[in-house]
Design a protein around this ligand. Structure first.
Ligand SMILES: Nc1ncnc2c1ncn2[C@@H]1O[C@H](COP(=O)(O)OP(=O)(O)O)[C@@H](O)[C@H]1O
Ligand SMILES: [Mg+2]
Length: 252
């Protein structure tokens, strides 16, 4: 056996970093995710695309233990505990929620330090803070300002920087482009790509903006009504006719 074959036909190698199989999740008695299969390789940027209400946010919440789930989620071969967000965070999963979750009255630096609150290695934290300012130079300039006084793009940088301060192995980004101008989104995605390349951090990037996202992601999955309907390399997904019609506004 070379590994599992997901329903969508994508073969995951034994080295799959994040393995999601037949994942079901929802709120109360309702089902939102209806059997999701997903395989993410270590070090890749994996896009999850899909229309509003498809279940993208719920998928990220399921991965970090915030909602009721059934099915399998394994990180590096190890099953993630259910409904225990702190335990999952300690295993190296960092979540940047929809709407960012920056603490607006706190300064930029206080927000970044919050991401490292469980760490005891002071020197390591100081070095990582410096590394974050290297990735986001504008945040160094603004480090003593209240996060709430920053632009939307800068606040998104704070949210991502804070997540990275926990030295995660997997970062879950929920629609970082929301409310940002295309140029700002492009700059932000470029930084995410640089961090991914330099630090080998695996990223799941949830977005509605398929066009831009596919420029920066290695692989992509399209979620519709709680199911994955298309998976492939970013090029394959871009080339898919149905995808082109539905999300990219291209006539084929
Ligand atoms: N906290 C919640 N309680 C109940 N239903 C929810 C909640 N959050 C989302 N939903 C429902 O789950 C479905 C998927 O939502 P969501 O995961 O936010 O989709 P997306 O992020 O793709 O827009 C929607 O029908 C939405 O109304
Ligand atoms: Mg959402």
């Amino acid at each position: 056996m070379t590994g599992m074959t997901a329903k969508n036909g994508m073969t995951a190698k034994n080295g799959t970093f994040l393995e999601v199989a037949d994942l079901r999740a929802g709120y109360g008695d309702g089902t939102v995710l209806d059997g999701v299969d997903l395989a993410v390789a270590e070090g890749e940027i994996c896009a999850v695309l899909g229309p509003n209400g498809a279940g993208k946010t719920t998928l990220l919440r399921a991965l970090c233990g915030m909602v009721r789930t059934e099915g399998t989620v394994r990180l590096d071969g190890r099953a993630l505990p259910r409904r225990r967000p702190e335990a999952i965070a300690r295993l190296g999963v960092a979540h940047v929620p929809e709407g960012r979750g920056t603490f607006v009255p706190l300064t930029v630096e206080e927000n970044l330090r919050l991401g490292a609150y469980t760490r005891r290695d002071r020197q390591g934290v100081a070095a990582d803070l410096d590394r974050m300012y290297g990735h986001f130079p504008v945040l160094r300039e603004r480090r003593t300002q209240a996060a709430g006084s920053l632009s939307g793009g800068e606040q998104q940088m704070v949210a991502i920087g804070r997540a990275l301060m926990s030295r995660p192995r997997l970062v879950l980004l929920d629609e970082p482009s929301l409310g940002l101008a295309p140029l700002i989104t492009r700059q932000l995605f470029q930084i995410v790509r640089t961090i991914n390349e330099e630090e080998r951090t695996t990223v799941i990037l949830v977005e509605q903006n398929a066009h831009l996202t596919l420029e920066f992601a290695h692989r992509a999955h399209v979620l519709e009504a709680g199911r994955i309907v298309l998976s492939g390399s970013a090029d394959e997904v871009r080339a898919d006719e149905q995808m082109a019609r539905a999300y990219l506004g291209i006539e084929v």
